[in-house]
Design a protein around this ligand. Sequence first.
Ligand code: FAD
Length: 325
Amino acid sequence: MSAPSLQIAEDSAVLHHVPLSRVTTFQLGGPARELVTVAAPEALWRSVHDVLSRGEPFVVIGGGSNIVCSDEGLPCRVIRYVSDRVEMAEENGAWCVAGSVGLDRIVERCVADGIGGLTFASGIPGTLGGAVAGNAGAFGAQIGDCVAQVELIDPATGGVRVCSREEMAFAYRYSRIRDRGGIISRVWMILPNGPPAHLRQEREALLALRREKHPDWRAQPCAGSVFRNLEASGPGARRMAAGKVLEESGAGALRVGGAAVFVKHANIIVKETDSCTAQDVIDLVWCMHNKAQEKMKISLTPEIRFLGRFRAVPGQAAWITGVGA
Ligand SMILES: Cc1cc2nc3c(=O)[nH]c(=O)nc-3n(C[C@H](O)[C@H](O)[C@H](O)COP(=O)(O)OP(=O)(O)OC[C@H]3O[C@@H](n4cnc5c(N)ncnc54)[C@H](O)[C@@H]3O)c2cc1C
């Protein structure tokens, strides 16, 4: 499997027709009409204003670890908000961090500096902005638990405002960004101090668990969990894991083209061959969905997002965000 170059420099000029497979962990997707990589909130704001002033469509992505971009690419500007630098500033008892910073890099820094609250996110790929947008979580905790407030750019006007944690309406893998839009430029988090040795131990244990159960996306391209876990059946009840539903439905051995269900985890799809397409992935997701429906009478909802145009049957339309069309 050829590894993509994710080394596009921060604050790049506008690049034309860059394959989105180079900037997504699934390593899938055709060319973006324009790709701009920005690291600082101010550069993000300028890029958004530039495209708005031309009245053209655009989409903002982070680490590309929760998306599948279509094979024909995206006919719009893709603003990739990512940074290699981890800068954390303390402001009135909260840590202010740009949404472009890698989540796992933040955890690494926090552990070294004796700052707790984020170790659960060890090993989650992608940026802080992407994590807050979808309230990423693991091991019973989620990023929204730590968020005090968020600076948002309005994608329609380019206006900037600060949104409280309550306004963000965090829920399971959900924030208001999903329904009402908004580009996360900065995040303030309340994080308790903790003993570095203990935090390091916790992080190492969680990373080891991930290595055991999850594919390493650099060697086996993927985008994490395919489907959301099920709603809890009542107060105090736990969510049923989508992976369990899929396993019990017999979806574990499914494959379409170059896409296959990961052998160790039925809720993950991996790109097995270089010829794998984004269409293979959405088709496989549909087969998995239908298997769970047929065997367990359970309708699963995808957690990963499909961007662009796909050949889709009617039930799949709600899964797809048709950007720039
Ligand atoms: C191996 C692997 C393991 C994973 N494990 C987990 C896990 O344990 N828990 C979990 O929750 N997820 C997991 N994921 C999924 C993914 O890493 C997270 O959802 C991550 O937080 C997505 O961040 P991103 O920057 O990559 O977002 P992207 O994939 O780039 O974007 C995802 C969505 O967020 C939007 N978005 C991105 N940045 C911004 C921004 N600044 N402002 C507004 N919207 C934005 C995009 O438009 C898109 O709709 C895993 C993925 C992989 C590949």
